[in-house]
Every structure is written in C-alpha cells, then in structure tokens.
Design a protein around this ligand. Structure first.
Ligand SMILES: [Zn+2]
Length: 330
C-alpha cells in the first residue's frame, strides 16, 4: 500500500512537472513570437520613406486645357513633411514630347511628377522649365539631369541657384539651357511661349503660355490666396508685370506658382494686395514711423487677407514695403 501510494505520488509529481515544462515552453514561444512581431513592425515603420503618391504629396492633378495639366499643391508654408510639395507644377503634352514646369523642391517629388506624366502619355519629357530660381521650384532638377532632360531657365538663374540656394538646396542643379529673351519651345506641333516678367526673383522670372489651349503658367508672379513671398522682389516691377499679364492674357486659364487655378481675377487680387500694401507704406512715410513702430503696430494681417495661406510671410512683406516704398530705396 505504502509502496503503491509512493509510486502514485511519484507519477503525479512527474505529470505536474511535465505540465509546468509545457506551460513554460508555451510562454517562451509566445514571448519569442511577440518580440519577433514587434521587431518586424518596428523594422517596417523605420524602413525608407514610403512611396510617394499625389495624395501624400498634397497634390491634385487637374486638366487645364487639352493635354495641359496642373499639379496643384494645397499645403500651407512651411509644410509638415519635406515630401509635401510647396509649389504648383505644370505639364504640357505636345504632339511628340512633353514639357514639365517646376519639378518641386526635391528628387522624390520630381520623380512623382515624371511618374504622373507617364500615366498620362507615352511621349518622352523633352524639357523641364524653371519659372525662377527659388528652391521650391528647382530642388527637383537632379531628377531631370539624371534622365538627361534639358533644364531651361532665365539668366541669371545659374548664378543665383549656385550662390543663393545653398541653405535650402545644398546641391543645386541649375538649368543647362539659359534664355535671355522671350522664346518659344515647340513640342512637335504645339508651341509653348516663354515670356520674361519682373518683380519676384531679381531677374529670373518667366511665364509659360500654351496659346492653343489658352493656359498660362505664371510661376511666382502669381500667389493666389496666399501672402506672397516678396523679400527677394521689387514691388513696383511686380505690379507692372501683373498689369501687363492682365492685359496680355485676359481670357487665360491660369496656374499660379502657389494657390488654386484661377484666371485674370487672380492677377487682379494680387495687384489689389500690392496696392493696399503700398497705400499703407505711404501712410507710414507721412507719419514718419520707424520700421520697429510699423512692425509693432501693423503686425495683424488685414481682414481682407485673413483667409490667405502663408500668413507667416506677412511680417517680411511689411519690412520689404517699408524698405521699398516708405524709404523708397529702390
Ligand atoms: Zn515659390
């Protein structure tokens, strides 16, 4: 009896030990699986940036005329993510090739633009145009260079990109084809007219017009429903260019450098903005205000422009207006 009881106890102890080992193994397997999954998901989330889409880049593709498209950026400035496009881009498809306008601020966004062209047409991209030298319109140039596509800009764009863009674009890739006067590009049978304008970027601004579709790409001569960037510009020259564009292209569909698709009313709105700023700057002159007094008293964006994006640029607009109109130094 005693012996039997002892052996029964021994068997039960052995069974309990087996159960513990099984439980321990199961726990270990679960632990390893959880750690493994965690590492896997972590590796996934820290892997290189996900593939860009028009949506992640904050862009909307819109047909502006037959075979003429805009990639329209919706971000405020500065954008939350470097791969969100700051400016608008343009695409004009000719009978044998394609012109791309302003390939955004970096290579991934330019690649997204080229991939978008490929979805629209089998024709090759023959030219990339920079409407001026600022980094948000030219930072994507390396993608064009890598594909052997000619990059067009207006003198003195090379010097400006190499001298002034370093901070935002450490490896600037300036145009290889530099224009000094109004010119035309022929994409097979389709003409694209390039026209010089002044006022935004110290001598590199040009607009592109597709006459058969009546579509005008203005670059940054037009900021639509955005506070414009004018620190590098000349307000009086800019106003003259807006007046000229309103007269020359009265019925064009217009893609601005920043903001939604518009027409001459968009040009007129920016012209009114400059008139308001000029009036304000002349009152500062009358009252002999210092720049510091102006910045302290007029920091509020006027009610008419409260809904505009790029509000952060307003203070520098005051400074430029003070310099150019109140002091009239240029
Ligand atoms: Zn811009």
């Amino acid at each position: 009896m005693v012996k039997t009881t002892e052996s029964k106890t021994g068997v039960m102890a052995m069974k309990r030990l087996q159960q513990w080992i099984i439980l321990l193994l199961a726990t270990l397997v679960t632990f390893v699986a959880v750690i493994g999954y965690h590492n896997y998901t972590h590796a996934q989330s820290s892997s290189p940036a996900p593939k860009l889409t028009l949506q992640t880049a904050g862009l909307t593709l819109k047909e502006l005329g037959s075979g003429v498209y805009g990639l329209i950026a919706s971000t405020d400035f500065p954008p939350q993510d470097p791969n969100v496009a700051i400016c608008n881009g343009g695409i004009a498809i000719g009978t044998d090739s394609v012109l791309v306008i302003d390939p955004f601020q970096n290579t991934p966004l330019a690649e997204l633009m080229f991939a978008t062209v490929k979805k629209l047409t089998d024709k090759p991209i023959s030219y990339v145009l920079n409407t001026h030298y600022h980094f948000d319109h030219t930072g994507g140039n390396p993608a064009a260079k890598a594909r052997g596509i000619s990059i067009i800009g207006r003198s003195p764009i090379r010097e400006f990109m190499l001298d002034r863009n370093q901070e935002r674009d450490p490896n600037p890739t300036p145009p290889t084809l530099v224009l000094n006067s109004d010119s035309s590009i022929w994409l097979g049978d389709r003409e694209i007219q390039l026209h010089k304008v002044e006022g935004h970027s110290g001598g590199t601004d040009l607009v592109a017009y597709v006459p058969d579709a009546k579509v005008l790409f203005t670059g940054d001569i037009l900021f639509h429903q955005r506070i414009p960037y004018i620190a590098d510009g000349n307000i009086k020259q800019w106003q003259a260019s807006l007046a000229e564009l309103i007269t020359t292209y009265p019925d064009a569909t217009i893609l601005p450098g920043h903001g939604a698709v518009t027409n001459r009313q968009g040009l007129q709105s920016l012209s009114r903005y400059f008139q308001d700023l000029e009036k304000l700057a002349l009152t500062w002159k009358k009252e002999s205000l210092t720049k510091e007094q102006v910045l302290a008293r007029f920091a509020q964006v006027p009610a008419a422009y409260k809904e505009y994006k790029f509000q952060g640029l307003y203070q520098s607009n005051l400074e430029t207006a003070y310099q150019q109109i109140t002091l009239a130094t240029n």
